[in-house]
Design a protein around this ligand. Structure first.
Ligand SMILES: *[C@@H]1O[C@H](CO)[C@@H](O)[C@H](O)[C@H]1NC(C)=O
Ligand SMILES: *[C@@H]1O[C@H](CO)[C@@H](O)[C@H](O)[C@H]1NC(C)=O
Ligand SMILES: *[C@@H]1O[C@H](CO)[C@@H](O)[C@H](O)[C@H]1NC(C)=O
Ligand SMILES: *[C@@H]1O[C@H](CO)[C@@H](O)[C@H](O)[C@H]1NC(C)=O
Length: 431
């Protein structure tokens, strides 16, 4: 004990970046990370973001009376529900004594300027694993982005408050974080988690294949969820494990006020153009990542192929025709990373007499920007990403091809098992 250096009573160790790449040999998505992104340009202060005030959480910190949605969830394992209960209590205790934050333990999912965190899906698909690690190490899970902007610009806490308390922000500002050689394995991260560090920062990416049916079944997360040590009563079926993401997402997030407004605006525009309501869980969705490296449209564009428009139109048509097999009759929401694609859908498919309606972003351009690469000065430029994500993710079933974004939407959707991972095969249209 005597060899422990004690500075100011408390030793706060902020571990720079814990990159926890659960490596199965599938690293396509990790390639999204641009090395150039590591430059610390755009020093806009990210800690000044407005944090909306009216959340459905009751002011009464006696949480036992609040009907948190996880208590009714049939999909979430008990250990996760217990962790959420604990998180609410700890957070209330922290909020009552914010200056004593150093006596708490935190796991912070971080993405600061200078961190290579990848795109939207790269960052958020790992949430179940973070919750698991936080639960196992009894740490309060907080989410902190500064790259490109605060996460709260896009998504707000819903039932669980993961926003960093202002009393801690100076410690979690990227400029004060020592750059350390990051642990690169679960085992190394776990050493920090179980040590007496106040804050452990984690930047965690899991490859797409992690959630693909069979891989997910064998993944460390599912194994932990279903293992007896966590005394989970959730059934061990693959479907339940995949489905927990939907409930977890709703517990953690709601759209920020301006994003929510845009979503409402789009849904209204869709409803007035097509005369349909995209009620959550009642429609299906198709996502096309036309500009993913290696995709025909991207290649055609790069080579300035005059037929690139036709190539894109073929991709869109195939995406929709394949998606139509997921479920008969219900409307399809289509999203892509190219405005030409959504414009084509609007010209080609927007007939109120169609047996099946196909909706797209109506009053704005497609979400062409990429969270990691776009380098915009203003968070509003990224809003379409979250509008699309929200509408895609509220579908019952999602069809997607390359890229993690469609997969994230599928995990968020009402039935993650009702998914379609499109390959090059061609499909006929089904009404
Ligand atoms: C909070 O809820 C508890 C339990 O129902 C109740 O006793 C207490 O009066 C409430 N406090 C406030 C401030 O409403
Ligand atoms: C862990 O840190 C707390 C304060 O942050 C301290 O009171 C406690 O003694 C430490 N435990 C060990 C084993 O060092
Ligand atoms: C969540 O925490 C932040 C930071 O402490 C605080 O500003 C916000 O009001 C909290 N939200 C709720 C719903 O309690
Ligand atoms: C989810 O989708 C799968 C595959 O389409 C289907 O077999 C299952 O019945 C669906 N579950 C629910 C609850 O709708």
């Amino acid at each position: 004990m005597s060899c422990r250096p004690s500075r100011q009573g408390v030793v706060v160790v902020v571990i720079g970046v814990a990159i926890l790449v659960v490596i199965f040999q599938f690293l396509q998505d990790a390639k999204n990370i641009d090395e150039a992104d590591a430059s610390e340009t755009k020093a806009k202060d990210s800690t000044t973001a407005t944090v909306a005030s009216s959340l459905p959480l009751s002011k009464n910190t006696s949480s036992s009376t609040i009907d948190f949605s996880w208590r009714k969830s049939s999909r979430l394992p008990n250990w996760m529900k217990d962790y959420f209960d604990w998180h609410v209590q700890e957070r209330a205790r922290l909020d009552a004594n914010p200056l004593e934050w150093e006596s708490f333990r935190f796991l912070v999912m971080r993405c600061y300027k200078g961190d290579n965190c990848g795109g939207t899906a790269d960052r958020l698909k790992s949430l179940p694993l973070l919750v698991l690690l936080a639960a196992e190490s009894k740490r309060l899970l907080l989410l902190k982005w500064g790259n490109p902007f605060d996460l709260e610009e896009f998504l707000m806490p819903h039932e669980l408050n993961w926003t960093v308390p202002s009393e801690m922000r100076h410690v979690l500002a990227s400029s004060t974080v020592p750059r350390r050689k990051p642990p690169t394995t679960v085992q190394k991260l776990e050493k920090f988690l179980y040590a007496n560090h106040t804050i452990v920062g984690a930047k965690l990416q899991i490859p797409s294949a992690f959630y693909d049916t069979d891989k997910w079944k064998q993944s460390p997360l599912t194994t932990s969820i279903t293992s007896t040590r966590t005394q989970s009563t959730v059934t061990n079926s693959d479907e339940d494990s995949r489905m927990l993401f939907h409930d977890l997402w709703k517990i953690l997030f709601q759209p920020s006020a301006p994003v929510a407004e845009m979503i409402q605006h789009e849904l209204k525009a869709i409803s007035s153009t097509l005369n349909i309501q995209l009620t959550p869980g009642t429609y299906i969705a198709a996502h096309l990542r036309a500009k993913y490296p290696g995709e025909p449209y991207r290649d055609a564009q790069e080579r300035n192929n005059p037929e690139k428009e036709q190539i894109l139109q073929h991709e869109v048509t195939q995406a929709l025709q394949c998606a139509s097999h997921l479920k008969p009759k219900v409307p399809i929401y289509f999203a892509a990373d190219a405005t030409q694609a959504t414009e084509f859908v609007q010209q080609q498919y927007h007939h109120p007499t169609n047996k099946r309606h196909i909706a797209t972003l109506q009053s704005q351009r497609a979400s062409e920007v990429h969270l990691a690469f776009a380098k915009l000065d203003d968070p509003t430029g990224y809003f379409p990403i979250f509008v699309d994500l929200w509408i895609l993710g509220n579908a019952d079933c999602v069809s997607y091809g390359r890229g993690g974004f469609g997969q994230l939407a599928s995990l968020m959707s009402y039935n993650a098992s009702c998914q379609q991972i499109r390959s090059r095969s061609s499909c006929e249209w089904k009404d």
